[in-house]
Design a protein around this ligand. Structure first.
Ligand code: UDP
Ligand code: MG
Length: 309
């Protein structure tokens, strides 16, 4: 039995040596072999240098280095596509997911005969209220919109067996929303509750821009409901329009009032319908954009260097 640990790293020079030390400490307790796969996602600090030094001394540490920053999800996907383990763990580089929890995950996998053990955050230390609040709304919204049900308070920290790794690697989409895809695969999945720590050092590598992109892929790759909502909105507007026409006739011919008054209502209607149209075009555009991305068929990432593989 071989366990692969996949660690995406983007500008993590401040933590990576400590992460390696803590992971090795845990891995030494295993009765079987392991490999640590550090995916350097085009860092522009000293991450690659630190990783190379680690790999020179530790033959169980491998490095996959990207030609530029492709994003967290691509880094994890690359790790899964290049790992040799009978099981694999995805873990953040910043020690927010405590390495010791991996042992608990392995126990749960064995005890429950599970194919996936996913980490569920009981408490999240040191995260801004904004992040917690937006995450809460996003995951509830995603669950409402999607046909697949996703566990909430769950990140990518999870253990999976070879069956899952192979099924995952066979997926063809380029923009991967990994936690969603693994839920979508099915098989037996079990939770493992843990306390999420504060980032050990350095700053978050997920600014609002990246968070939004990530959320958009989650939403639009897992649901066609936004399209249906757009249709419903259109239908609602048509009904509203008909009601206005009816009101116009009643006030003109039955009540005998003048219909010329009221440019406020005219402006309101113009703005309202303009908004509805832009909104629905926007939703449509998102899907077309995604089709465009997938149709190009470019690789998910480009590897510039592989060490110890
Ligand atoms: N990460 C990455 N590429 C990116 C952004 C982040 O590989 O473009 C890695 C990062 O090094 C870390 C993990 O993804 O190991 C999670 O990032 P971070 O801890 O900054 O996110 P947060 O915990 O603040 O959501
Ligand atoms: Mg983090």
């Amino acid at each position: 039995m071989l366990l692969s640990v996949i660690i995406p790293c983007y500008n993590e020079e401040a933590v990576i040596a400590e992460t390696h030390r803590r992971l090795v400490e845990v891995m030494k307790k295993l009765p079987h072999g392991y490999e640590l796969i550090f995916v350097n996602d085009g860092s522009n600090d000293n991450t690659f240098k630190v990783l190379s030094d680690i790999a020179a001394q530790d033959k169980n540490s491998r490095i996959l280095s990207f030609s530029r920053n492709f994003g967290h999800q691509c880094a994890v996907a690359a790790g899964l596509q290049n790992c040799a383990g009978d099981a694999a763990v995805i873990i953040d580089a910043d020690l927010q997911d405590p390495p010791a929890v991996i042992l608990e995950m392995l126990d749960i996998m064995k005890a429950e005969q599970a194919n996936v053990v996913y980490g569920v955050r009981k408490r999240r230390k040191g995260e801004s209220w904004f992040k917690l609040f937006t995450a809460k709304i996003f995951y509830r919204l995603l669950n409402y919109l999607s046909d697949v049900k996703f566990p909430v308070d769950t990140g990518d920290f999870r253990l999976m067996d070879r069956k899952i790794i192979n099924e995952f690697n066979a997926l063809k989409e380029k923009n991967k929303y990994i936690r969603g895809l693994i839920s979508w695969l099915g098989f037996k999945q079990a939770p493992c509750y843990y306390e999420r720590e504060e980032r050990f050092a350095g700053e978050t590598k997920y600014p609002l821009r990246k968070m939004l992109k990530f959320a958009m892929i989650g939403l639009f790759y897992f649901s066609k409901k936004p399209l249906r909502l757009a249709t419903s909105l259109g239908f609602f507007c048509v009904c509203l329009g008909l009601a206005f026409v009816l009101w116009m006739f009643i006030s003109r011919f039955i009540l005998g009032g003048a219909t010329v008054q009221g440019w406020i209502s005219t402006i309101a209607i113009v703005v309202f319908f303009g908004g509805v149209q832009l909104l629905t075009i926007g939703v449509l555009g998102q899907y077309i954009g995604n089709i465009f991305d997938e149709a190009k068929g470019r690789p998910e990432y480009i590897v510039s260097e592989k060490i110890n593989f």
